[in-house]
Design a binder for this molecule. Structure first.
Ligand code: ZN
Ligand code: ZN
Ligand code: ZN
Ligand code: ZN
Ligand code: ZN
Length: 373
C-alpha cells in the first residue's frame, strides 16, 4: 500500500471536517463552537493496532527417569519407539500426559548392604570422642573466685582437682549477698559456689562425663542409610514420555506510544476499536497500515508446535493536531463510542516555558534566602 492510499484510508476514518468540529469547543478565542474558525497548523494521523494470538500448542519430551527401589508404573500408558511418533487422540484442552516407553523399565540392585552402609561420620563405631577429653571442665561460675570460701582455711581439699584461686573481685559469686551453698568438699554451710558445690569443676555438659558423644549422623548405630539408593537397596530406571497441551497467549500493541499517559488511558477506556477479519491463510488483513504490516505478520506467524489458534486483531486511527490559535496545546483525536474523543495536552513549547519559569522561581527563592541569611 502506498503512502498516498494509506493517508487516504486514515483520512476516511478520521476526516478533517469531523476533527475541526470536534475541536471547536476547545478554542479559547473566537467564541468557541464554530468549526469554521478552527485553523489547523499541523495534523498527523497514525493507525493503532492491538491484538492477541492464543495458540493451542503440543510439546512432546522424553526423559530418562530413576527412582529409589521398585516403582509401580502399571497405571501409565505405554508407547513404542519415539514419543514424537506416537499416535494420540485429539486433545480436549490444556493438560499433560505421562507415558512409559515400552520395555524400558529396569530394576537394578544396589551394591550396598540392603540399603545401609557403614556410617562415614564415625567409621561405624557409633560415637565421637568429646572435646573435653574426659577431663571435667572448670566451673564457669567460680572461674575467677574461690569455689569455696572455707576449703583453703580448713585445709580440706578432698576431691577437688585444682587449687582454688584466691577470692578476687569477681562480678558474680563475690558480689555482696551472692548466694553460697554447703560445700561438698569441706561441708561448710553457705560457703561454696552453687554451681559446682565447691568442687571447682563441673560434669561436662556435652558428654555428661562419659568422655564421648553418640554419633548424630547414625544415632549411634554405626550404620547409615545408603543415600544413592535412598535405603531401598535397588534402583529403578525407565524412559518417560510427556505430552503437554497448553494455551499460549501473545499480545501485540503498535506503535510504541509517544503520546502522554493521559492519552494512553483515554485510548484504553474510550476508543472505538475496529475488529479485522483474518484471511483464511492466516495472512495480514488488508486493513493493516503499511507501517505495521511486518510486525503483524511476525505476530501471526505459525508456531512449530501449534495445533490451533484464536486470533483477535483491532485497529483505531489516532490524529495529533496542532492549531494556529492554540500554540500551547496539542490535541489527540480518535473515534469514541458515539463521537470523536479529544484529549488536550500541553505542547512541548509550553512545557519548555513552564520549566524555564520554574527555574527562574527557584533562583529567586535561593537569592531571597541567601540575602535574608
Ligand atoms: Zn544402596
Ligand atoms: Zn555414625
Ligand atoms: Zn569447702
Ligand atoms: Zn563453681
Ligand atoms: Zn565431654
Amino acid at each position: 500500500m502506498s503512502d498516498a492510499t494509506k493517508d487516504d484510508a486514515l483520512s476516511d476514518d478520521l476526516p478533517d471536517a469531523d476533527i475541526l468540529k470536534a475541536l471547536a469547543p476547545y478554542m479559547a478565542r473566537g467564541g468557541g463552537g464554530a468549526a469554521s474558525l478552527v485553523r489547523i497548523r499541523d495534523i498527523e494521523r497514525r493507525q493503532l493496532v492491538r491484538g492477541d494470538v492464543v495458540r493451542f500448542t503440543e510439546r512432546r519430551t522424553e526423559t530418562q527417569r530413576t527412582a529409589f527401589g521398585t516403582e509401580d508404573l502399571s497405571a501409565l500408558p505405554l508407547y513404542e519407539g519415539a514419543i514424537a511418533d506416537h499416535p494420540l487422540p485429539a486433545p480436549e484442552g490444556p493438560g499433560k500426559l505421562t507415558l512409559i516407553r515400552s520395555a524400558s523399565y529396569r530394576l537394578v540392585p544396589c551394591p550396598c548392604d540392603g540399603g545401609t552402609q557403614q556410617c562415614a561420620s564415625c567409621s561405624g563405631c557409633g560415637r565421637h570422642p568429646c572435646s573435653c577429653r574426659n577431663e571435667p571442665p572448670a566451673c564457669d561460675v567460680c572461674l575467677d573466685v574461690a569455689p569455696c570460701s572455707q576449703c583453703e582455711t580448713t585445709g580440706r581439699r578432698g576431691g577437688r582437682t585444682t587449687k582454688a584461686r584466691p577470692a578476687a573481685a569477681g562480678p558474680r559469686a563475690t558480689a555482696p549477698g551472692a548466694q553460697r551453698i554447703t560445700c561438698a568438699v569441706c561441708g561448710t554451710a553457705e560457703a561454696a559456689c552453687p554451681r559446682c558445690s565447691g568442687r571447682g569443676r563441673i560434669r561436662c555438659p556435652q558428654c555428661d562425663g562419659r568422655g564421648h558423644e553418640s554419633c548424630a549422623r547414625c544415632s549411634g548405630r554405626g550404620v547409615g542409610t545408603h543415600e544413592v539408593c535412598g535405603g531401598r537397596g535397588s534402583l529403578s530406571h525407565w524412559v518417560e514420555g510427556t505430552v503437554e497441551y497448553a494455551n499460549e497467549k501473545a499480545s501485540l500493541s503498535l506503535p510504541r506510544p509517544d503520546w502522554p499517559d493521559k492519552v494512553r488511558d483515554r485510548l484504553a477506556g474510550a476508543a472505538r476499536w475496529q475488529q479485522l477479519d483474518i484471511p483464511p491463510g492466516g495472512g495480514v488483513p488488508a486493513g493493516v497500515d503499511h507501517e505495521h504490516r511486518a510486525a503483524v505478520s511476525e505476530h501471526l506467524a505459525r508456531g512449530t508446535v501449534e495445533l490451533s489458534r484464536r486470533v483477535t486483531l483491532e485497529t483505531c486511527p489516532l490524529a495529533r493536531v496542532e492549531l494556529v490559535d492554540e500554540p500551547n496545546r496539542v490535541f489527540y483525536v480518535f473515534p469514541g463510542a458515539r463521537r470523536l474523543e479529544v484529549v488536550p495536552t500541553l505542547s512541548n513549547q509550553l512545557k519548555r516555558r513552564l520549566i524555564a519559569a520554574g527555574a527562574v522561581i527557584v533562583i529567586i527563592v535561593v537569592l531571597i534566602l541567601w540575602l535574608a541569611s
